[in-house]
Design a protein around this ligand. Structure first.
Ligand code: 13P
Length: 265
C-alpha cells in the first residue's frame, strides 16, 4: 500500500522580504500541485498570516519552532495555540539548527512535542547525528526517547519524524560567529544510508510503542534534498517524503522535487 508523500519546505530565516515570500507561495499555487502529495511550507513566523490568506487549502503551513511553554512571560516565544490559531497544521520540533545553534536540549524538545500535541498541531520531530562516524543507533535512540518521554501511544498517529544527518546539511558550530559564516556541507548522504536510518527510526519507535505504530509512522528525509536527488530518496519505500531547505526557496527546483513525490507515490 502506498502512502501519500509529504514534502515540507523549510524556509529557515528566508526570504528577507514579505513580497518574495508571497511570490514563492503564489508561484507554487499557480502550478498544478499533485493531489497525492501533502505540500507544506514552514515560513518564518512573520509570514504565516499572509501565507494563510493566500495559500488556500492546497498548501499547508508549519511553524519552524514552538515554545516549550503554553503561555506567559516568555519574551520572543510563540505558543502552540498561536500557531494553531494562525492556521498551522504542523510544527517542526528539534531541528538540528535549533539543537546546535540555539542550544535546545532533549528536555526542551520533549516539552515542545507535548505543547504541539496539546495544541492539535502535528509535530515534525527532527533527529540526526552530527558527524558521519557518530554512533547513529545511540544518538537516534537518545533523541527519540528524550523527545517522546510521557507521550502516549494513542498520540503516535499524529507524529512525523524527519531524519536529518547534520553532516550532510551544514557544519554545526559551537559559537554564533562561526555559525553565521558556515557553508553547506560537501558530504552528501546516499539513499541507501538514508533508508537504513529511516528503518532504524521505525525500529526505535517499534520498541517503544509497538510494530503497528512503527509501520505507519511517516519518516521524512531532510539531508540536503535537491531537485536532482529528490527522487532517489523519496522513491524508497521506507521514506515518506522530504524536509527541504535551500532548494525550497527556488520555485523551479521545489516544483521538480514535488513532481518527484508525485511520480513516486
Ligand atoms: P538544506 O536542504 O538547505 O541542506 O537543509 C536541510 C534542512 O535543514 C531541512 O530542514
Amino acid at each position: 500500500m502506498s502512502m501519500k508523500k509529504i514534502i515540507i519546505a523549510n524556509w529557515k530565516m528566508n526570504p528577507q522580504i514579505l513580497d518574495e515570500a508571497l511570490r514563492l507561495a503564489k508561484g507554487l499555487l499557480a502550478r498544478s500541485l499533485p493531489k497525492n502529495a501533502e505540500i507544506v511550507i514552514a515560513p518564518p513566523f512573520v509570514y504565516l498570516e499572509l501565507l494563510k490568506k493566500n495559500c488556500g487549502k492546497e498548501i499547508k503551513l508549519a511553524g519552524q519552532n514552538i515554545s516549550f511553554a503554553e503561555r506567559g512571560a516568555f519574551t520572543g516565544e510563540i505558543s502552540g495555540l498561536m500557531l494553531k490559531n494562525l492556521g498551522c497544521d504542523y510544527v517542526i520540533v528539534g531541528h538540528s539548527e535549533r539543537r546546535y545553534k540555539m542550544g535546545e536540549t532533549d528536555e526542551m524538545i520533549n516539552l515542545k512535542i507535548k505543547e504541539a500535541l496539546k495544541s492539535r498541531l502535528t509535530p515534525i520531530l527532527a533527529v540526526g547525528e552530527r558527524e558521519k562516524d557518530d554512533d547513529i543507533i545511540q544518538i537516534l535512540t537518545k533523541q527519540i526517547r528524550g523527545a517522546l518521554g510521557g507521550v502516549e501511544a494513542s498520540e503516535m498517529s499524529r507524529l512525523i519524524i524527519a531524519y536529518e544527518p547534520v553532516w550532510a546539511i551544514s557544519r554545526p558550530s559551537a559559537d554564533i560567529a562561526s555559525a553565521l559564516s558556515q557553508t553547506a556541507s560537501q558530504c552528501p548522504d546516499t539513499p541507501d544510508h538514508a533508508l537504513s536510518a529511516a528503518l532504524l527510526i521505525k525500529k526505535i519507535i517499534g520498541n517503544l510503542y509497538g510494530a503497528d505504530w512503527a509501520t505507519n509512522l511517516p519518516v521524512l528525509y531532510g539531508g540536503s534534498v535537491s531537485e536532482e536527488n529528490a527522487s532517489d530518496f523519496i522513491s524508497q519505500n521506507g521514506i515518506s517524503g522530504a524536509l527541504v531547505g535551500a532548494a525550497s526557496l527556488e520555485l523551479e527546483k521545489f516544483v521538480k522535487i514535488i513532481k518527484a513525490a508525485e511520480i513516486n507515490e
